[in-house]
Design a protein around this ligand. Structure first.
Ligand SMILES: NC(=O)c1ccc[n+]([C@@H]2O[C@H](COP(=O)([O-])OP(=O)(O)OC[C@H]3O[C@@H](n4cnc5c(N)ncnc54)[C@H](O)[C@@H]3O)[C@@H](O)[C@H]2O)c1
Length: 372
């Protein structure tokens, strides 16, 4: 696999093209919008320039990298690529149309990949002549920096396609974690309780600053509210709503009113200058900081336990994904080992006993808590 294709030259596609080109692959790149194609090289150069100025990349290496990315007018010009990755608009019909077009020009054994965050890969494969060669390669933003890539298999994906996608992506320096074609994959799903329990505590009358301080005292670089402020409350709400819908409104993915109200207020976080905690300085941890951390971590372990029970990934894979994708100091199964099953199960039982009616069922213990 020497030549790869990237379709969609927005935030993610540009970063994905750069990632593979930096590792020596030739990349054919395109976008439906002419201005996006015409500006791609200049945007890549602008992104790389600070690294040259900082002495981390030579001028020659930058030019060589840019020289390996060829912008082409349309997918019809991508027939020589052995792997095509799409990072276009998040609409299943548009993505299906693109893959159908790629199938007609690419070699029969070429691999097709989607960078979707929220769509079902299996649903995307429907109607393809060779659905077994479609898989997910879910990069994180910014793609050249973030080490993690979730490799998503739908039930019909061929092992050979998975191993070839893994091989080139590992060659580009990424840590590739296998995961099932389930809503939110690993990171976007297992992160939910980190925010959700914090929002539940807020609705119970605790302050965002003290909840964040409790989690920082437990070793997290950023607390849940600082993380929401960093990414944007609107983005967090959209991700939460998408997962809640995909999970048929299960209370583990409850969309808290306090988050909706925050978005309605317009205080979205760093990008608007004000959020849940931004721009406040961090607070001192409250007296019950350890109890807050136990509650949030119990919910994190439980969600990871449910995902594990659905198959297609491993405990170690989930831990690595959360450490790389969210900068967590430890993964859910590290927490399980450190705190012990009994203590976490007791905490889930305690939470279930005091849960309000709309959260009944939220704390049902994952199968791993039922094992001897
Ligand atoms: N932004 C993120 O943090 C992030 C992270 C992981 C995955 N994703 C996923 O990556 C994909 C792209 O997201 P983004 O944030 O880069 O979006 P973006 O809006 O920045 O870029 C999308 C690009 O695709 C182009 N495009 C749209 N339809 C097209 C078509 N039919 N053919 C060719 N080009 C087309 C657009 O012109 C645009 O340049 C989405 O599926 C998204 O869910 C995004």
């Amino acid at each position: 696999m020497r030549t790869l294709a990237v379709i969609g030259l927005g935030t993610m596609g540009l970063g994905i093209a750069q990632t593979y080109a930096a590792a020596g692959f030739d990349v054919l790149a395109t976008d439906a919008v002419p201005a996006a194609r015409d500006s791609a090289q200049a945007r890549l150069r602008d992104g790389l320039r600070p690294r040259v100025q900082a002495g981390k990349l030579t001028e020659g290496a930058m030019e060589a990298l840019l020289g390996r990315i060829t912008v082409v007018p349309d997918p019809e010009a991508m027939g020589t690529a052995s792997l095509a990755i799409e990072a276009i608009v998040e609409k299943i019909g548009v993505k299906r149309g693109l893959f159908a077009a790629l199938e007609t020009v690419m070699a029969p054994d070429a691999v097709l990949a989607t960078n979707t965050s929220s769509l079902s890969v299996a649903a995307m494969a429907q109607g393809l002549a060779r659905p077994e060669r479609l898989l997910g390669l879910h990069f994180f933003n910014p793609a050249p920096v973030m080490k993690l890539v979730e490799l998503v298999a739908h039930p019909g994906t061929a092992a050979d396609a998975l191993s070839r996608a893994r091989q080139v992506t590992e060659a580009a320096g990424k840590t590739v974690i296998a995961c099932p074609d389930r809503p939110g994959f690993i990171v976007n799903r297992c992160a939910r309780p980190f925010y959700g329990e914090a929002l539940a505590l807020l609705e119970e009358g605790r302050s965002p600053a003290e909840i964040d301080a409790a989690m920082q005292a437990a070793g997290y670089r950023l607390g849940p509210f600082a993380l929401i402020d960093l990414v944007g409350a609107d983005i967090n709400l959209a991700a939460t709503e998408s997962l809640a819908t995909a999970m048929d409104g299960h209370p583990r993915y409850h969309v808290f009113d306090v988050l909706r109200r925050q978005v309605a207020s317009g205080d979205l976080g760093r990008k608007t200058g004000k959020g849940f905690v931004h721009p406040q300085a961090s607070a001192a941890p409250p007296q019950d900081a350890a109890a807050i951390a136990l509650r949030i971590e119990a919910a994190l372990v439980n969600e990871a336990g449910w995902l594990l029970s659905e198959g297609g990934t491993t405990a170690g894979g989930i831990d690595t994904a959360l450490k790389l994708g969210l900068n967590f100091p430890r993964g859910p199964f590290d927490i399980l080992a450190a705190r012990g099953r009994a203590k976490l199960r007791d905490e889930l039982h305690r939470l279930a006993a005091v849960a309000p009616p709309h959260l009944q069922g939220r704390y049902s213990p994952a199968p791993l808590f039922r094992e001897a």
